[in-house]
Design a protein around this ligand. Sequence first.
Ligand code: SF4
Ligand code: SF4
Length: 301
Amino acid sequence: MADYINSPDACVTEMSLDDLKKIKNGAPFESPVNPVELTLDSEIRFHCHKGVSCFNACCRHVDITLTPYDILRLKRRMNMTSSEWVSRYTLPFPMDAHEMPGLKLATKPGSNECVFLRKEGCGVYEDRPAACRYYALGQMGVKRQGSDRVEDIFFLVREEHCKGHEEPRTLSVRDYLEEQGIGEYDEANREWRDIVLKKRSSGPTVGKPSSRSMQLFDMCSYDIDSFRRFFQSPGFSEIFDLGDEEKQSLLEDEDRLFNFACRFLKQILFAEMTIDVNPRGREKRLARRRERAATSKKPGT
Ligand code: SF4
Ligand code: SF4
């Protein structure tokens, strides 16, 4: 099961069926991607269930890119911190030419088999990642020429080993997504996906992002526990103007805190100002820096 959501080519400005045929790794002659654009109302024939002859085949050859919400769900399920979970179950990879940090789901040693695959099926089924839920649908967020809106398009992925396509069931894309519980994942990842698309769309004209901004992206995306510490630090409060009540409510709800982390990231990376800035914070920090510099220059110190 490869990852056919949020393809790295999703920043194309105009998408047509011909473009879809050129999707990375998707030359029409070799690719399992069926280059027919589907809408939510399109009907597909597909059914995956325990009775299919290929049961678990897809989980033996995985290449899955994780989203932040996948990590939140799975680390909570396993009662681990985000950094523990990430270091145990993921492999880092660069999501673009600027090395935007991405994470792949780990496989069992010496194989391509998903680390969570058990004899009886998926060992984390209720919290399986978005890519597993989408399969055998692929999805892309595209911005059509002249539009600011990111539009979702879908396509079918037909891999030879997958017999789900031969099962006698048809349903709409909308119903399939609902059956797979995608809505919650898409909603939670929406702001993040927007950031990824914007970063990719900015391309080489904007230049390589600073390592500091990539570190912030990494923390906000994949390490909610570190973000929480940062959020609670005196330095953060000095710069951002949040009421005690709002702070407390964000600390009590990790999903909302992640959403806030994305807003913070947008503010830092794209100057999209949605969090009030404390006007005196910057002055205070500058004053402290001046004080430190003056102290270090004093003779004998
Ligand atoms: S998380 Fe579950 S569904 Fe996804 S690849 Fe692993 S075993 Fe399969
Ligand atoms: S039908 Fe397809 S998705 Fe379902 S177990 Fe078989 S290979 Fe995997």
